[in-house]
Design a protein around this ligand. Structure first.
Ligand code: CS2
Length: 485
């Protein structure tokens, strides 16, 4: 197969493949998205593809901060790529909403020009937890990226630096600001990002910081759709069905949800017409999703990886692990989630379990295991803190925490590098771990960036130590036994 998916190939695609229902050439870029990875392309860009059928002003400029790969793969495809929907009725759809792709390190001026373009009215982000450079609720002013960007604010590398440089340019040009919409799995993501942006701007120009505080909207949002990483099997399947090659298709389950706080400072597309839920208070939704979907996901990832299981669906097919995760959700987490009004926690849990069981989705546990130092605090440790405050038991909740520690130890022992911004320090703690629960757990809990302030709570220390000891040497058979107990 020699020809590539691109604008002229659209007309040759087989009839079953859904393609943009609008004239792409007539669209204009109204959104800059920072972090044009698979999740963005499988989620937000698909909603915007629907928007563009009615409103041509909301095409996307996708910006990558750390790697040229997405730009290089999609540029010769005119920004087009395929979305494979997995599940009972698998289908392919070519998405056209991304009109421009930039790699910031090589195209900084173009990114800055886009951010100052009056037609751009929203900047969205999927930069993962670590992209926020937070220490607790505040911006980490010692973070190397922040130190670099504050030293040269006109030539930033990080997302926060770009947002502030873009906003500063708009203020200079007397243009209205853009809305900054976070689409990452963080509780109160917009609030956190707004605070970090203002703290950063304050260091450069207090007047600018005050302008941002009063003029810029930072709505919160909750995003949900299970998106396994792209692999060659997907590339081959897509090529066979399309009749041309796509260098970087994406795949996800059919289920998708996007809840957005309706607070925009410079207009927005009619998101409600394409299935987005707009709400004045989304805190309940994002807490429920992080605690009831992402936390069990991480639990499956670390426990399953210790048991040498590869995917979520395989983990759910192991009764001992599936049983534990069900107990964790129903008995450990639900009693500690303040749910939005009218929220049916039992039904939500059952729907998530069914999504996890979906055998059509090969979602690798090691993908979910990435960035544990960033994910545990927002997924699990908040629930544990709430449980402690309410006097509820925490044993079930502490087993996945201990499993993460055992996972770090195992990877260090086997010389496997972790994907985690704290990989070096974690590898050192993992290497020093001897299997003595008290000493090992103490060393992990001394990682303040992950565990403060919980590590000062004797009940937490004791429950994690007990769980760690239960997982013994972390071998598959010991973990199996621990879960069966
Ligand atoms: C997963 C999430 O990789 C992970 O950590 O828990 O990406 C999860 O699949 C999504 O948040 C689902 O919406």
């Amino acid at each position: 197969m020699n020809h590539r998916l691109n604008q002229s190939a659209l007309a040759t695609l087989p009839p079953g493949v859904v393609r943009p229902a609008y004239d792409r050439a007539g669209t204009r870029i109204g959104i800059v998205h920072i972090g044009a990875g698979a999740f963005h392309r499988a989620h937000q860009a698909v909603y915007l593809d629907d928007v563009l059928a009615r409103e041509p002003d909301w095409a996307i400029c996708g910006v990558s901060l750390n790697s040229p790969d997405v730009r290089d793969a999609l540029q010769s495809q005119d920004g087009l790529y395929t979305l494979a929907l997995l599940g009972q009725n698998p289908s392919l759809r070519v998405i056209g909403s991304i009109r421009e792709l930039l790699f910031a390190r090589e195209q900084r001026e173009q990114v800055l020009r886009r951010l100052a373009d009056p037609l751009v009215r929203i900047v969205t982000l999927t930069i993962t937890e670590k992209g926020y450079c937070l220490a607790g609720p505040d911006l980490d002013l010692t973070h190397p990226e922040i130190v670099h960007d504050l030293a040269s604010p006109g030539a930033p590398n990080g997302a926060i630096g770009y947002l502030v440089a873009g906003l500063a340019a708009r203020r200079r040009l007397r243009l209205p600001p853009f809305t900054v919409l976070s689409c990452d799995n963080l509780p109160e993501n917009g609030r956190k990002l707004g605070r970090a942006v203002v703290q950063y701007a304050w260091k450069i120009d207090p007047e600018l910081a005050r302008w941002i505080e009063s003029e810029v909207a930072f709505p919160c949002s909750m995003v949900d759709s299970i998106t396994p990483a792209t692999d060659d099997a997907l590339r081959d399947k897509v090529a066979a069905q399309l009749g041309c090659t796509d260098a970087w298709p994406v795949q996800r389950e059919a289920y998708t949800q996007w809840v957005v706080e309706d607070s925009f400072c410079n207009g927005r597309p009619a998101l409600e017409r394409v299935g987005v839920t707009l709400s004045s208070d989304i805190a309940g939704y994002d807490r429920a999703k992080l605690r009831l979907l992402n936390a069990p996901h991480s639990a499956l990832a670390y426990l399953g990886a210790l048991m040498d299981i590869e995917t979520v669906a395989q983990a759910m097919a192991a009764p001992v692990l599936a049983g534990f995760v069900e107990r964790l959700m129903h008995d450990g987490i639900v009693p500690n989630v303040k749910a939005p009004a009218g929220f049916n926690a039992g039904a939500y849990v059952e729907a998530i379990l069914a999504r996890f069981r979906n055998p059509a989705i090969q979602h690798r546990l090691l993908q979910i295991a990435w960035d544990g130092s960033q994910k545990l605090p927002v997924r699990l440790l908040g629930t544990i803190a709430d449980a402690l405050a309410a006097g509820h038991p925490i044993d079930l909740l502490c087993l996945p925490v201990a499993a993460w520690m055992q996972f770090v130890r195992r990877q260090a022992r086997n010389g496997v590098a972790l994907v985690d911004p704290m990989a070096d320090v974690l590898a050192e703690v993992g290497r020093q771990a001897t299997g003595d629960a008290t000493a090992d757990v103490d060393a992990f809990l001394a990682l303040d960036a992950v565990f403060a302030p919980l590590s000062g709570d004797a009940r937490f220390v004791s429950a994690v130590s007990t769980a760690y000891a239960r997982l013994g040497d972390g071998s598959p058979s010991t973990v199996w036994r621990a879960l069966a107990d």
